[in-house]
Design a protein around this ligand. Structure first.
Ligand code: FAD
Ligand code: DLZ
Ligand code: SF4
Length: 516
């Protein structure tokens, strides 16, 4: 072989740019399970199993199509890094060139950048065209703007793709956005349907049996593993969502309930992020359901906006803002991650639910990630680096290009507003309105001070007060700052003291979990 096609664990797509002109007789496919990739954060065990199983299945499919695959699995052909695997393949064959699709992280890009010189081969890094927008389109969008906001990038992509567009160039339904219809809490008598799960086959089961022993630093439970690991199963998962959950996706997009860890969400992020599904086919399937009268516009537009809007926007932002995005700390937040992030034994029921489900399933839906765990991390002033590493570890869909802008930018506002126009800070009243968590909590969301007061309430004011120099002029926070200014001094003092008392107990590990 003279040419290597190097396929990464999130590039499991037959139409991948690095495979486009591949010749089974001339080209060698290389895939690897390096130690470095399994350990740069203590990944959730389900995430490790998902990626390795999907990679092994993809390698099998390539072999069935006549390709030679040099597969460096961690058991029989252990490697430290992608570079080690490549070196081994280059040494064994007379390789002149390696072709690879650009990776999903700056860290891996920097590694690939060393290959040409260190291995003395030609390296062809191809654009990842599985996204709607090339990276140059984001740079064009960003170049003359003072502020980068998802909505305008999304509208441009709606126009470019024609998705949910009328022939006259207007958005279907006469509006770009139906968010105001999408903020319902879940009524008591509604129970969301269970998502489709996939029984582990031999490859997956083999990994599930070994993952605890072989990856001792990994975290989380494996018992609930039911993720699709092949394209066939991923298509079945998508079809099941379109048929059974899409119609209610909009209404309950922001709802949270103890009755269901998944509500009406699609659970397709790991399929999209590993390449088992393509964003275009997912958006077109949802659009078709609308045109066939199977789902209303608020649901379909809301769903498509997550993929055509948010997913494309955060990817553009990640690469546009450069490798140092993620190293700042706008609020100078320094508090270490509390222990309950690792065992789920949180004193507040909302956190216990969201973190507990995360550790159990490697999944939490968006509003749990943003308005419960993220909101707490923001209000309590947790160290952004620790928080981002946690999110990168625990979620089944976590790859840095998508995890970092969402955590560092959207949830923590640690970038000072590059990603979002205001911090997503909220009191316990928001969580109470959108969930059924509060009724089983030792705290009361209606109380701001006193022993049973919901900690989010005082923390919310503490956050605004301590960051007034950085946020006081933000027009979107005008109302809360005016309310704070109008509040009587003794009430303000009580709220600050309440939050300070909570934070010092948090620091000392002395919060009562209420479970004894
Ligand atoms: P659905 O609610 O069904 O949404 C459909 C699809 O839209 C998702 O599969 C996803 O591909 C896309 N999507 C939705 N919201 C976003 C978003 N904000 N950014 C990018 N894509 C989006 N998503 C990841 O894929 N990986 C991450 O590591 C990740 N980390 C996050 C961290 C924080 C703090 C927050 C607030 C959000 C994060 N998200 C991340 C976005 C979002 O929460 C997940 O994509 C979603 O929960 C995945 O579940 P789902 O497939 O059921 O999504
Ligand atoms: C996250 C991850 C893990 C756990 N394991 C592998 C692996 O064994 N092989 C691989 O190619 N990729 C893995 N990944 C994903 C990488 O860490 C990284 O996010 C992608 O290569 C970026 O494109
Ligand atoms: Fe969370 Fe406060 Fe509700 Fe308890 S009362 S579940 S801490 S929002």
């Amino acid at each position: 072989f003279q040419t290597i096609r190097f396929i990464l664990g999130d590039q499991l797509t037959p139409s991948l740019s690095s495979l486009k002109d591949a010749d089974p007789n001339q080209d060698l496919i290389v895939m690897a399970e390096p130690h470095d990739e399994a350990t740069y954060v203590p990944h959730h065990r389900q995430k490790i199993v998902l990626i390795l199983s999907a990679m092994r299945h993809f390698a099998e499919e390539l072999r069935e199509n006549g390709f030679h695959v040099a597969y460096f699995d961690y058991q029989n052909h252990p490697t430290k890094s992608f570079t080690d695997a490549l070196k081994a393949a280059v040494t064994e064959h007379d390789i002149k060139e390696v072709i690879i699709t650009e990776p999903g992280e700056w860290r891996v890009k920097h590694e690939i950048d060393t290959w040409s010189e260190d291995l003395d081969i030609s390296v062809d890094v191809r654009a990842d065209d599985r996204f709607f927008a090339p990276l140059s389109a984001f740079a064009d969008f960003a170049k003359d703007r003072k502020e980068l906001r998802m909505e305008y990038f999304y509208r441009g992509l709606r126009r470019d793709t024609g998705i949910l567009m009328e022939p006259d160039g207007k958005p279907v339904g006469g509006q770009w956005n139906f968010d105001h219809d999408n903020r319902k809490s879940l009524p008591d008598d509604v129970t969301p349907p269970t998502p489709k799960t996939f029984a582990p086959d031999k490859i997956t089961q083999g990994l599930l049996d070994r993952v605890c022993d072989d990856f001792p630093d990994a975290l989380g439970d494996v018992a609930s593993f039911g993720w699709p690991v092949t394209r066939k199963d991923a298509l079945a998962a998508l079809d099941h969502f379109i048929k059974h959950r899409l119609a209610q996706f909009g209404d309950y997009q922001d709802a949270m309930t103890v009755k269901s860890a998944t509500l009406y969400h699609s659970l397709i992020s790991p399929c999209l992020n590993t390449g088992l599904l393509l964003p275009d086919e997912v958006c077109r399937a949802a659009e078709k359901a609308y045109h066939e009268g199977k789902a209303p516009l608020n649901a379909v537009e809301g769903f498509i906006r997550q993929i055509l809007g948010w997913r494309e926007y955060v990817r553009g932002l990640y690469w546009y803002l450069g490798p140092d995005y993620g190293s700042g700390n706008h609020f100078d937040a320094k508090r270490p991650l509390p222990g309950f992030f690792w065992d789920g034994d949180a004193p507040m029921n909302c956190l216990k639910q969201a973190i507990g489900e995360t550790l159990e399933n490697a999944y939490a839906h968006h509003i749990q990630r943003l308005m419960v765990i993220g909101n707490f991390s923001l209000l309590a002033g947790l160290d952004p680096k620790e928080v981002c590493d946690w999110y990168l570890a625990v979620y089944i869909d976590a790859f840095e290009w998508v995890e970092l802008p969402n955590t560092f930018g959207m949830a923590l506002y640690a970038d000072g507003g590059k990603m979002a126009s205001k911090p997503y800070a909220a009191s316990g009243k928001y969580i109470d309105r959108m969930s059924d968590y509060c009724k089983d909590c030792q705290y009361n969301p209606r109380n701001n001070t006193g022993t049973d007061a919901c900690p989010f309430n005082a923390l919310y004011w503490h956050f605004l007060d301590r960051n007034a120099d950085k946020l006081g002029n933000n027009p979107r926070l005008g109302m809360p700052y005016r309310n704070w200014a109008r509040m009587k001094d003794d009430k303000k003092r009580d709220l600050i003291a309440q939050a300070d008392a909570f934070l010092s107990k948090l620091d000392d590990g002395k919060l009562d979990t209420g479970s004894e």
